[in-house]
Design a binder for this molecule. Structure first.
Ligand SMILES: Cc1ncc(COP(=O)(O)O)c(C=O)c1O
Length: 350
């Protein structure tokens, strides 16, 4: 009880309630180490089916019998580390083949990126070139982003569902401008979409919006199960457009547990190690998201949108706040105090 009630936590974008059947499914599976694919082949099958479902949801250009390329991770941060690493290595391989320096890779993002991108840049020694935000415009401006691209840019990272206000960045415009720049310069700078929040929203609420693998320069996309994928914290994915987008040398092949097993993740075992980190185990999350999807993510999204509209209307009616979330974005309400009401926050609508 001392840690409060997660259902009242409105700030961290993370699922705090699942159906009792899902809770049971997870507790029943807690003692299994899902990395042991020989031992738990059905779980492996669930994992692969999740990757395939998401790749199709994101319009990956897959043939009838082709298998999608992706990994399940413990968070979007891990997914982004892997995606960024693949971009960096691809860029290095290309530069080395051209006899050019690989000393100064950079990545272009908006200044609104989530902390994990700053971690990626620092840990993997890539310069983070951030497009500044401006008053009233809190996402990456594609025009400015493309201006900042140079021959050492490993990719431009766009966000579908900014952490600050839920807004979708204009990935289509970014793609158009980047295609033009690539044509003029001879570079082939790609795009990653951080769809941690928006990846399970856009395909259902805005199916016509082009932000995913329909755009040819989009080479990888991360999406979070625990944000709008209906599961508790602990499962995310990164999906690649094709297997050519992961340099072969990053994939390890191991046979500790029986058959050959290719792996491209930061962590190996996925088991609850102790009480504080048991939530990080992905085994049960894979099972739970599969089950949750079968129950209808789409219906859930409509309800979220309805509640979001209602909350936004009531907050707007109070007359004391500026709404800074946008009509198109993840279903959340972000608002700021109007200047003249700074001292009246205690009068917020309940
Ligand atoms: C846009 C975005 N990307 C990445 C992350 C990091 O996700 P995780 O907490 O799963 O590592 C977040 C978390 O809030 C986010 O909002």
């Amino acid at each position: 009880m001392l840690d409060g009630n997660p259902r009242l936590n409105l700030a961290s974008f993370v699922t705090t309630w699942m159906e009792p059947e899902c809770d049971k499914l997870m507790t029943d599976s807690m003692n299994k180490n899902y990395v042991n694919m020989e031992e738990y082949p059905v779980t492996t099958d669930f994992q692969n089916r999740c990757v395939n479902m998401i790749a199709h949801l994101f319009n990956a250009p897959l043939g009838e019998t082709e298998t999608a390329v992706g990994v399940g991770t413990v968070g979007s941060s891990e997914a982004i580390m892997l995606a960024g690493l693949a971009f960096k290595r691809k860029w290095q391989n290309k530069k080395r083949a051209e006899g050019k320096s690989v000393d100064k890779p950079n990545i272009v993002t908006g200044a609104n990126v989530q902390l994990c991108w700053k971690k990626f840049a620092k840990y993997l020694e890539v310069e983070l070139k951030e497009v500044n935000l401006r008053d009233g415009y809190y996402v990456m401006d594609p025009v400015k982003a493309v201006e900042m691209v140079d021959e050492n840019t490993i990719c431009v990272a766009a966000i579908l569902g900014s952490t600050l206000n839920g807004e979708f960045e204009d990935v289509k415009l970014l793609k158009d401008l980047l295609v033009e720049k690539n044509k003029q310069t001879g570079w082939d700078t790609p795009i990653h979409v951080d769809a941690a929040s928006g990846g399970f929203i856009a395909p259902f609420i805005y199916p016509e919006l082009e932000w995913d693998f329909r755009l040819p320069l989009v080479k990888s996309i991360n999406v979070s199960g625990h944000k709008y994928g209906l599961v508790y914290a602990g499962i995310e994915w990164n999906i690649w457009r094709s297997k050519e987008d992961i340099p072969e040398e990053l994939i390890f092949h191991i046979n500790y547990l029986g058959a050959d097993q290719p792996t491209f993740t930061l962590n190996f075992s996925k088991v609850p190690l102790n009480n504080t980190i048991w939530f990080e185990s992905s085994y049960w999350s894979v099972l739970s998201i599969y089950s949750a999807w079968l129950r209808g993510i789409s219906k859930h999204n409509d309800e979220l949108q309805r509640q979001c509209n209602g909350a936004q209307r009531r907050i707007g009616e109070a007359g004391k706040f500026n709404i800074v979330s946008k009509d198109i974005g993840v279903p959340l309400v972000a608002f700021s105090l109007k200047d003249n009401s700074r001292h009246e926050a205690s009068e917020m609508p309940r």
